[in-house]
Design a protein around this ligand. Sequence first.
Ligand SMILES: N[C@@H](CCC(=O)N[C@@H](CS)C(=O)NCC(=O)O)C(=O)O
Length: 203
Amino acid sequence: MLGHILSIDFHYREPKLLQLEHKTPEFKKINPMGTIPVLQDGDFIVSESHAIMQYLTVAYSGERGEQLYPRAPRARALLHQCMYFDAAIMFNTLKSIALPTLLHGMKGTTEKHLQSIEECYSVTEAYLRRAYMIADHLTLADLSLSTTVAASHIIHELDSNRFPRTADWLSRMKQEDFYRQITEPGMALLKKLLYKRWEKNAH
Ligand SMILES: N[C@@H](CCC(=O)N[C@@H](CS)C(=O)NCC(=O)O)C(=O)O
C-alpha cells in the first residue's frame, strides 16, 4: 500500500511460502528471519515490514513524508506505539492462528485465540482517538494496523457495536484506492486459504 501511495515501482518476487521457499539457505542470506517482506534497494537490504515502511518514507516520500511519518516527538511516539503493538502483539496473534492452520493441520480456532483477537481489537479501539490512528490524516500506523485488523476480521468478526471506532476506520480504509488495489486481493486469498484448510484439516 505504501508503494502504491508513493508510486514506487517495485519488482515483486514472491517466495512460495507453502513450499517453505522462505526457509531455504538462499532466502535466509537476504533475511535470516526467513520471513517476508524483505526489501532490496540497490545493494541495501532490509526486512521487517515496519522498518521497511519507515525506510521507504524517509528515503522516498518527498513532501508526503511529514504526513505519513510525522517528525513531532509525540506524534512519532504514538505512531511507533501503534507499529510496535502491531509488530509485537497483534500480527503475532494472527500468525499464531494462520501459520499452524496453513502448515501444521490446525483444525480451527480455539476460544483462547478468539479472546486474544478481541483483546487486540480493544487496544486498537483505545488507540483510535481521531479519524485515523494517530491523526486526522493517514500515517504509516494506519497502513500497518489496517492490514492486521482486516486479516484478523477474517478469522474473528470485528463487532461494530463493541468496537465502533475501529469498525468505522476499517471501512474507510477499505474504500481507499491503495487498499482496494493492493490489500483486498490478498485478503480474499487469505480468507479462501484459511477456510479451505480448516475444512480439510477437520476431516
Ligand atoms: N514482524 C514481521 C513479520 C513477518 C512475517 O511473519 N511475515 C509472514 C508473512 S505475512 C511470514 O513470512 N510468514 C512465514 C513464516 O513465518 O514462516 C514483519 O512485519 O515483517
